[in-house]
Design a protein around this ligand. Structure first.
Ligand code: FES
Length: 145
């Protein structure tokens, strides 16, 4: 089976991530699912699942700070929304004084996945992002050239 077929097959299945109480206690867990490493985060009463490697250049999001509803990548400080994988940045319009930064979006960049709860278990469906070139999440075996 090719890598694309593996990813597609994994996306059709539910994958056990861990026990709910353990993830709540640890706040985050990384689990290999198919060919992806998925980061599941417990934040303010909700579970989120995103690829563990940052879309920008592969930073380890499991080490990122969680602020409001975003994960801040520890490498270049990009902010990624936990629910949608949207990349956010602050911009300043130099023609407006006093200068005031405002939040802007680069669009959805990071792969996010669906989290489901079953009794005391936390599970995840991988979302099938095949064909979406903006979905730059890195496969765990990707290497820089
Ligand atoms: S690798 Fe994450 S912001 Fe650059």
């Amino acid at each position: 089976m090719s890598s694309d077929e593996d990813v597609a097959a994994a996306s059709r299945q539910t994958h056990f991530i861990g026990k709910k109480e353990n993830i709540i206690q640890d706040r985050r867990v990384v689990k290999s699912v198919g060919e992806r490493d998925v980061l599941v985060i417990y934040h303010q009463g909700d579970f989120y699942a995103i690829d563990v490697r940052c879309y920008h250049s592969g930073g380890p999001l499991q080490e990122g700070d969680i602020e409001v509803s975003c994960c801040e990548c520890p490498w270049h400080k990009y902010k990624i929304t936990l629910a949608e994988g949207e990349s956010l940045y602050q911009a300043v319009d130099p023609s407006v004084k006093p200068l005031k930064p405002t939040w802007c979006s680069k669009g959805v960049k990071q792969r996010v996945h669906t989290v489901t709860l079953s009794n005391e278990d936390v599970n995840s469906f991988l979302k099938d992002w095949s064909g979406d070139l903006r979905a730059g999440g890195m496969l765990k075996n990707s290497k820089c050239r």
